[in-house]
Ligand binder design. Structure first.
Ligand code: NAD
Length: 497
């Protein structure tokens, strides 16, 4: 029988009493790696009650002690990063290099959380009226919840719980049921770093468990990262239950290539951003708009794509791994077939991809279409696979208008040698994360992850700077100072009137 994954409840890794177990498979072999429990209502109640009880103590722990927990955690993550990356590679199929990147981007957030005192600093204005000053504090909210997707099982849980907990909250993590082994290892290390009992809880499951959290009166706030339809549902459900919500959702990103750009640089960057991680990145570039003369570069792009291939995580020659599951593979194959029927020209077809020795893997080879129009399903849907659509347009204005019409706005990039074109693009484009001659402009955590429009629902963005605002509440205090108190110097008390 496959290993049954425990949950973290009240500081203990406990076996679930559920009778519903979700198999977790290696997408390159279909080997069952473990089974994740669908948490019972009783187990979720225990996790929430324990997080609520732990909050009473944790919020009083000095900020420097909370920061020190994050320093110890960051050191442990660094020490174990290769081991975590190996677990991650096996359950996601990502190449080892890619898996190490996933872990590293998460470690950077733990690093940022160690800086929590400066991130939580309030503001002060003296003499708002005679002898009256106003200052503000940021205080934690209570029990927060995080719901994460399959495609970054290290980075995205780490976007959430270290910052939320460093702010003084307690946290319930519901990782993706497709790859829960990586978050389990992250959480074991968090406990090893000395996290007090109950500060972090982990429950497993799917839609039912998520809805349970969002309806529970003791959950104050929810962070979600995942697909557009699920994100919309979660945002509506959470806000209907009067919770603070931030939902980072799906994408349909574009790169604009101007004819004055450096051609070989452009082609290298297209290959990495369209096919890397098997296209399973919310910042992947599935659409490239070739402007003017750049339209002639399509055959060279296809030639470069022929030189890469998928493979298993330990294969150093593989550019990327399998799709997450067979349903994802079938969906992509259907979209490729549909694009042919709708009149797109297939320059490279990866539908029948075979990887020697791994006949059961969810493989799709690099696939490229030209003559793509914006009414085709291959363009409108988030394919989330190694499929590149090449569109051609006459002017930069046309490209900007087309991109601004898409309801999603996660990431985009322009490749050009012209400062004027780059300036126009960064100013006019309605997308939250913009790269100028940079293909996947993911900001480091001292900024925030800033998807726009249909790629985000909420008020404050995830990870980094704005996430600290999301996980805290501001309290403004206005105080009148009496002459006697002022005279007593540093021990003076604040008298509120
Ligand atoms: P998903 O929406 O299927 O699942 C995400 C989480 O939601 C999982 O934990 C899952 O258990 C839960 N869930 C699924 N259905 C649910 C339902 N009906 N009700 C409540 N909860 C439910 O997403 P996925 O396939 O795991 O991840 C891929 C998607 O995530 C892509 O669309 C990608 O663009 C997006 N993504 C976005 C970002 C971003 O920052 N914008 C980052 C990474 C991934």
């Amino acid at each position: 029988m496959a290993r049954q994954l425990p949950m973290l409840i009240n500081g203990e890794f406990v076996a679930s009493q559920t009778d519903q177990w979700i198999p977790v498979t290696n997408p390159a072999t279909q080997e069952v790696l473990c089974e994740a429990p669908a948490a019972t209502a009783g187990e979720m109640e225990q996790a929430i009650a324990s997080a609520k009880a732990a909050f009473a103590d944790w919020k009083e722990v000095p900020v420097s002690e909370r920061a020190r927990l994050m320093l110890r955690y960051q050191a442990l993550l660094k020490e174990h990063q290769e081991e975590i990356a190996e677990i991650l590679s096996q359950e996601t199929g990502k190449t080892f290099e890619d898996a190490k990147g996933d872990v590293w981007r998460g470690i950077e957030v733990a690093e940022q959380a160690a800086n929590i005192a400066s991130l939580m600093m309030g503001e002060t204005v003296e003499n708002v009226a005679r002898s009256i000053d106003t200052h503000s504090w940021t205080q934690p909210l209570g029990v927060c919840a995080g719901i994460t997707p399959f495609n970054f099982p290290a980075m995205i849980p780490l976007w959430m719980f270290p910052l939320a907990i460093a702010c003084g909250n307690t946290f319930i993590l519901k990782p993706s049921e497709r790859d829960p082994l990586t978050p389990t290892r992250l959480v074991e290390l968090f406990e090893e770093a000395g996290a007090p009992k109950g500060v972090l809880q982990v429950i497993h499951g799917g839609a039912h468990q998520v809805d349970y959290l969002l309806e529970h009166p003791d959950i104050c706030a929810g962070s979600f990262v995942g697909s557009v339809p699920v994100g919309k549902h979660i945002y509506r459900k959470g806000t209907e239950n009067l919770k603070r919500m931030q939902c980072m959702t799906g994408a349909n990103n574009h790169m604009v290539v101007m004819p004055d750009a450096n051609k070989s640089q452009v082609i290298n960057n297209i290959i990495g951003s369209a096919f890397g991680a098997a296209g399973q990145r919310c910042m992947a570039i599935p659409n490239v708009i070739l402007v003017g003369e750049a339209a002639q570069w399509a055959p060279d792009i296809a030639e470069a794509a022929k030189a890469i291939r998928p493979g298993v995580w330990s294969d150093k020659g593989a550019a990327y791994g399998p799709q997450t599951n067979s349903a994802a593979k079938e969906k992509i194959i259907g979209l490729i077939a549909g694009a042919k029927e709708e009149g797109a020209t297939c320059l490279l077809d990866g539908s029948d991809c075979v990887v020697e020795g791994y006949p059961d893997g969810n493989w799709i080879g690099p696939t490229i279409f030209t003559d793509v129009t914006r009414d085709m399903s291959i363009y409108k849907e988030e394919v989330f696979g190694p499929v590149l659509c090449l569109l051609t347009m006459d002017t930069l204005d046309d490209a900007i208008a087309a991109i601004n019409e898409d309801f999603r706005g996660n990431g985009t990039s322009i490749f050009t040698a012209s400062g004027g074109a780059a300036r126009k693009y960064q100013h006019e484009i309605l997308v939250g994360q913009v790269g100028i001659n940079v293909p996947i402009p993911v900001p480091l955590p001292f900024f925030s992850f800033t998807g726009w429009r249909g790629s985000f629902h909420g008020d404050l963005h995830a990870y980094g700077k704005q996430a600290v605002r999301f996980y805290t509440e501001t309290k403004t205090i206005t105080a009148r100072w009496f002459e006697d108190d002022v005279a007593t110097g540093p021990n003076m008390s604040i008298n509120l009137k």
